[in-house]
Write a protein that binds this ligand. Structure first.
Ligand SMILES: Nc1nc2c(ncn2[C@@H]2O[C@H](COP(=O)(O)OP(=O)(O)OP(=O)(O)O)[C@@H](O)[C@H]2O)c(=O)[nH]1
Length: 581
């Protein structure tokens, strides 16, 4: 008799890791008992790694470097990264298998509400294979282009990626972008074709695309259904076989890279660290390369997927560290931590993110300024791609000018401020940065999109590359593209520098004064004037003069009634309408 694979502890060596799309079949038999740590005989195997007792006794020295695999799951948006992460957590016993395990690593309220990942999340999984105990550090990353900075940072802690591709949609813009991020970082790429259970799935077509576009032999693709759990065990097998262990040295002095951090109001900064060298223990005195300040390590541990203290972390491992950093400026993402008495050369850190969309942010009530300042600082600690500069406005008071990687990023940041920090803010209309050369000449033709190249991925798919003015694409280009192509087209962009264009700064005057928050930069167009003479065919010149005079008087009246104080909520409504356009 044969059964469908559910969960198992034995490693699936007998199964073809490059299985074709069908459900994976294995013969039933006694599962190899897990031998990790000091597990009591009586423990049920399928509860071993999720049990509190096991987690409390976790001894990280049991995982030599050669038994560690650090990997990210990357993909285009919605291709199933978080669902695959759920299955890997279940298969390795990190969480109990229940029907409620839906995108377990998407912990933020905004992620749950929008059904998208916006923050990379780490989880340490323990897996027994052929008598060896493996530590698999998984980082689930966001798929939307606005959060690709999260992906590139996560890759610094990895030696390989699972590149997940939807068996129906095939390669999309972010699949290509993520592949090249991994390729440039010289990581092993394991292509995983997901959603083979879908009626319209065509895994063979996707396999051919992967071979053609990424030059990865089609027989290296693993075909799975993350939703049903089909063939997911082959993914675990491939992680062990195809991703190399990290190249680190435990005997060297400590060198830990801070690749993410969050702020906890009781415990201060919680830094996510990847250890490149050495060992860190509770009680150690450590120094930040960025601030040169010294701290004592209060807690160190792994994310499993919640924080699990372990007393020590060793080179090659990924975990968290709490060292009494109370000020958010003390734990910079990209910082290197070392031991107090053993200074080391800092790791290269990260390229800073380049904001693409700027907007003003003000507290709804000025008395909330300090609270909002502290909330923005804490949130930017967790999202270092946001740039912050102080700003002020006559109408809205003291505030900040924030830079985001895109519109969705801006919306999510705003939502997180409201949900996680209870902040009420006014966001002004987003704009993009311009470099202006003042000139009276109107002669330069405004630039539109310029086609750069066109690549046929297969018979049905084409990749088009254009040079666009940035403000043409950040507002509603993505939505229009999706609706025009019935959802089939996908889109990615990168900064191509500044270009000359015929632009004008459009001031909106209120009582003769420019309102800074309503100023926008637009393509130069002719001023609009209503033709009051449109209906006068030939005839009496005195009638025409009368109409023009009345028009001039009407304009004067407008100026007069312009002498009003605009209530703040009317102002906010105008800004909201502008943003939603
Ligand atoms: N039919 C089917 N649906 C799947 C499968 N895997 C994931 N899905 C569904 O696809 C949708 C997106 O899945 P997620 O796991 O959230 O995708 P993601 O790539 O993590 O999404 P982002 O993080 O937002 O980019 C969800 O509705 C899943 O239930 C699969 O194997 N088969």
């Amino acid at each position: 008799m044969w059964t469908l694979v559910g969960r198992g502890w034995g490693c699936a060596r007998a199964l073809a890791p490059r299985a074709t799309g069908a459900a994976l079949l294995v013969a039933p038999g006694p599962r190899s008992a897990p031998t990790l740590g000091a597990a009591p005989e009586s423990w049920a195997t399928d509860r071993l790694y999720s049990s509190a007792e096991f987690k409390e006794k976790l001894d990280m020295s049991r995982f030599p470097v050669e038994n560690i695999r650090n990997f990210s799951i990357v993909a285009h948006v919605d291709h199933g990264k978080s669902t695959l992460a759920d299955r890997l957590l279940e298969l390795t016993g990190t969480i109990d298998k229940t029907k409620n395990n839906k995108q377990v690593l998407d912990k933020l309220q905004v992620e749950r509400e929008r059904g998208i990942t916006v923050k990379a999340q780490t989880a340490s999984l323990f897996y027994n294979c052929e008598g060896k105990q493996y530590l698999l550090n998984l980082i689930d990353t966001p798929g939307h282009v606005d959060f690709s900075y999260e992906v590139s940072r996560s890759l610094s802690a990895c030696q390989g990626v699972l590149l997940v591709v939807d068996a129906n949609e095939g390669i999309q813009a972010q699949t290509v972008a993520n592949f090249f991020l991994a390729f440039e970082a010289q990581l092993s790429v394991i292509p995983v074709i997901n959603k083979i259970d879908l009626k319209n799935a065509d895994p063979e077509r996707v396999e051919n695309q992967i071979e053609k576009v990424f030059d990865i032999p089609s027989d290296e693709c693993i075909k799975i259904s993350a939703k049903l759990g089909t063939n997911v065990e082959s993914v675990l097998q491939a992680i062990i076989e195809r991703i190399p262990p990290p190249k680190v040295h435990r005997k060297n002095p400590l060198r830990a890279l801070v690749f993410d951090s969050t702020f906890d109001q009781y415990r201060g900064v919680i830094a996510n660290v990847a250890l490149f060298d050495g060992v860190v223990s509770k009680g150690d005195k450590i120094v930040s390369a960025h601030t040169q300040k010294t701290y004592e390590v209060n807690e160190v541990g792994v994310l499993n997927p919640n924080e699990q203290p372990t007393h020590k972390l060793y080179a090659g491992q990924v975990g968290y560290l709490i060292a009494g950093m109370k000020d958010v400026t003390e734990a910079q993402i990209g910082d290197t931590l070392c031991l107090h008495k053993q200074p080391v050369e800092p790791l290269p850190g990260f390229k800073s993110a380049k904001p693409m969309v700027f907007a003003g942010m003000y507290p709804l009530d000025q008395s909330e300024y300090n609270n909002l300042k502290s909330a923005i600082e804490k949130l930017t600690l967790n999202d270092s791609s946001v740039t912050v500069h102080r700003d002020s406005s006559l109408a809205l008071g003291a505030g900040w000018r924030l830079g985001f990687l895109g519109l969705l990023h801006m919306e999510v940041f705003n939502q997180r401020l409201e949900q996680e920090y209870n902040a009420s803010v006014i966001l002004t209309t987003p704009t993009v940065p311009y470099k202006a050369v003042l000139s009276s000449s109107k002669l330069i033709k405004a630039r539109r999109a310029v086609q750069k190249n066109m690549i046929f991925i297969d018979q049905n798919r084409v990749m088009l590359k254009y040079l666009f003015p940035l403000n043409e694409i950040v507002v509603d280009f993505y939505d229009s593209l999706k609706s025009l192509s019935s959802g089939y087209a996908s889109f990615d962009y990168e900064d191509a520098g500044y270009q000359t264009a015929e632009l004008v700064k459009m001031d909106i005057l209120l009582n003769g004064n420019t309102v800074e928050e309503l100023v926008t930069v637009v393509h130069n167009v002719k001023a609009y004037r209503k033709n009051v003479l449109a209906k006068c065919y030939g005839g009496d010149i005195t009638r025409k003069m009368k109409l023009l005079k009345r028009q001039a008087e009407g304009k004067k009246k407008l100026r007069k009634i312009g002498n009003v104080e605009v209530p703040k909520d009317a102002f906010i409504k105008v800004l909201k309408t502008q943003s939603s356009k």
